[in-house]
Unconditional design. Structure first.
Length: 391
């Protein structure tokens, strides 16, 4: 799937940078175009893989390149005011070559959580391609203002995109881990999962073609209908010389029954682990509206029977009759991996918690606004945007 990716704010920019690094490393060419938008000049300068001409500094007249100090109302305002500057960078994107837009942002900060919904609404108005969001929820220990920002931004963002894919930092930060190393690891996890998902169907000339190819239309159909999505992932290292075992020789070698059974069992086991393990947004999978299964790895470790069994199992677990499945062969891989996209999930404890936070926050809204204003004043005085969360 070919995507035009726009990283909004510090977190969005860093994840976009990781996607470009992944593209170069894997040769998947998922990112057809990349634009980073921020109100903090230092954050834009710190990006490594995004071309300088595609880095857009907004809000210079109001915050002078220092960021918005976790004030997402201000973030939304400057995005509205400078939307023409953002559009100028987007104009360089060869839109006829992309399948969809993907707007990436952290939902806890100010610039991204305020500006990403504004940009998404703008893109929906101008283009016919789907506009998806990838929103990153802050950890609870990052502070009340970030949780409130996430609660507000989530409600707006999910309305302005065709589907909002969510990654919850709270489910991934390890105890005792430093903020910076923790978020570097999390960014790798985000890119690994979504890289396999969006890479499916993008076959290089002369590359392997899957038995049951997942193309961009399958991903778009799974994400259609709006709502919130989560992604599961599981992988297993494979033995490169396993095709000539003792029992296979007794069977006459080749594609014998034992090898087929082992391959099928591995796939179905990985499907269960991916669905019932750690999702990007933890939830109950029962009641999922649509799902997509992608199995990746060397072709001889992938088979239609295993994928079909995994798909049927997903149908039973989710109760959905819209479960798609296919393979993404990668000959040089040392792993078999399964990625599951669950779209239209509803039983999500963290989202219910955020909604409650938004309600309770109305009681002490002045205190929160004062905290945000103090952050902004401190940033302007210190000439750096330290108070946005580090991802």
């Amino acid at each position: 799937m070919k995507l035009a990716m726009i990283g909004f704010g510090q977190a969005g920019g860093k994840v976009l940078d990781k996607f470009l690094e992944y593209d170069k490393r894997s040769g998947s060419e998922i990112v057809r175009a990349a634009v980073a938008v921020n109100s903090a000049k230092a954050d834009l300068m710190g990006l490594e893989h995004i071309p300088e001409q595609n880095r857009v500094l907004i809000g210079q007249a109001r915050v002078k390149g220092h960021g918005v100090g976790a004030d997402n109302e201000l973030g939304a305002e400057i995005a509205e005011e400078d939307i023409d500057e953002i559009q100028s960078a987007i104009d360089s994107i060869p839109v006829h070559e992309v399948d969809a837009f993907l707007v990436l942002t952290g939902l806890g900060g100010g610039t991204g959580s305020g500006g990403a919904p504004v940009l998404s609404k703008h893109l929906q108005r101008i283009y016919t391609e789907p506009v998806y969001g990838l929103g990153i929820l802050p950890s609870q220990d990052e502070g009340g203002i970030y949780t409130l920002n996430a609660a507000r931004s989530f409600q707006t963002f999910v309305r302005e995109v065709d589907n909002l894919m969510v990654f919850d930092n709270d489910a991934w930060r390890k105890t005792g881990q430093s903020v910076e190393s923790g978020y570097d690891e999390i960014n790798e996890e985000i890119v690994r999962r979504f890289g396999i998902l969006f890479g499916a169907g993008e076959i290089e000339p002369g590359g392997e073609v899957g038995e049951s190819v997942v193309d961009s239309s399958e991903i778009i159909n799974t994400l259609s209908g709006g709502g919130v999505s989560t992604v599961g992932y599981a992988a297993e290292e494979i033995e490169q010389d396993s095709s000539g075992g003792l029992l296979s020789r007794f069977k006459g070698g080749g594609e014998d029954e034992l090898d087929v059974a082992n391959t099928t069992n591995r796939i179905t086991s990985l499907v269960r682990k991916a669905a019932l393990g750690r999702l990007t947004l933890p939830c109950e999978i029962d009641g999922t509206e649509r799902a997509l299964l992608v199995m990746s790895g060397p072709p001889k470790y992938l088979n239609r029977k295993g994928i079909e069994r995994g798909r049927k199992w997903l149908e039973d677990q989710t109760g959905s009759m819209e479960v798609r499945g296919g393979d993404y062969p990668v000959s040089e891989s040392g792993f078999v991996a399964g990625v599951i996209l669950l779209s239209g999930v509803t039983d999500v404890p963290r989202i219910k918690e955020l909604q409650q936070v938004a309600i309770e926050a109305q009681d002490n809204i002045e205190e929160i606004r004062n905290e945000s204003e103090e952050n902004l004043h401190g940033l302007v005085e210190d000439d750096e945007d330290e108070l946005e969360p580090l991802f």
